[in-house]
Design a protein around this ligand. Structure first.
Ligand code: ADP
Ligand code: ADP
Length: 229
């Protein structure tokens, strides 16, 4: 069933028309890669899904909440929708473990012992259990991104948005992060991923959207896209 549903969505930055009449339904458990040229609106598209960018018209329903409705509490959506950024956005003054425990503590009021157990479980999954007392500045880009993914997972979200998660990484770090993203996909979490990684788009995602000039140009299964005559 639909977990993200865009109907006739438009987004402007001043006079600039960034999203043009978007109609797009994403179902639970789908792993969607979004590819397209720089400046085409990919980041804007996913940032509307958790309300980081407001839409100007149309309807956008995310995990049952209507983002076009001013009465909607955006925090309810953000409980369900995690986000992983290109530049990690970790809390620099907190350790790795604290980074993962902070939102569940504050937003979900998860008790400390349970919170730590869940945080450790995901830090183990992303291969960062031996760095729990490190600060972000002591980590490589790839390690930071794996912590950011563990932080997202610890909130038990229904959806995780990824905005070019490997674009700021040295080449040798990219595969580790892609492996962790494959793990996230295997959990059945709905993923919307802006990426230039064709290997991920082809092998892990089950839907590929080519975006250009604020519009969906193609929307296909990866095998259809890549085996095109
Ligand atoms: P992409 O992710 O495909 O590179 P973006 O969604 O970041 O594209 O940007 C789409 C267009 O909207 C670009 O021309 C960009 O300069 C513009 N844009 C993005 N954010 C803003 C903003 N906050 N204010 C004005 N223009 C913006
Ligand atoms: P990144 O390289 O991390 O994707 P960007 O440089 O595209 O970041 O954008 C960083 C921030 O600046 C975003 O919040 C985006 O919305 C905003 N932004 C992007 N393009 C413009 C623009 N033309 N005018 C104003 N803000 C913009």
């Amino acid at each position: 069933s639909a977990i993200i549903d865009f109907k006739n969505v438009d987004k402007y930055y001043g006079k600039f028309h960034a999203l043009k009449d978007i109609n797009l339904t994403i179902n639970e458990g789908e792993v969607v890669s979004i590819i397209g040229p720089s400046g085409s609106g990919k980041s804007t598209l996913i940032r509307t899904i958790n309300g980081l960018e407001k839409i100007n018209s149309g309807q956008l329903i995310v995990t049952g909440y209507d983002l076009a409705d001013k009465k909607t509490d955006i925090n309810k959506i953000r409980k369900n929708v995690g986000m992983v950024f290109q530049h990690f956005n970790l809390y620099d003054n907190h350790t790795v473990l604290e980074n993962v425990m902070l939102a569940p503590k504050i937003v979900l009021k998860r008790p400390d012992d349970e919170n730590k157990k869940i945080a450790m479980k995901y830090l183990e999954k992303v291969g960062m259990a031996d760095k729990i007392d490190s600060y972000p500045r002591q980590l490589s880009g790839g390690q930071k991104q794996r912590v950011a993914i563990a932080r997202s997972l610890a909130m038990n979200p229904k959806v995780i948005l990824f905005d070019e998660p490997t674009s700021a990484l040295d080449p040798e770090m990219i595969q580790d992060v892609l492996d962790v993203m494959k793990f996230v996909a295997d959990q059945g979490i709905t993923m919307v991923v802006v990426t230039h990684e064709m290997g991920f788009a082809k092998k892990v995602s089950n839907r590929l959207i080519f975006f250009d000039s604020g519009k969906v140009l193609e929307d296909r299964k990866p095998e259809e896209f890549f085996d095109h005559p």
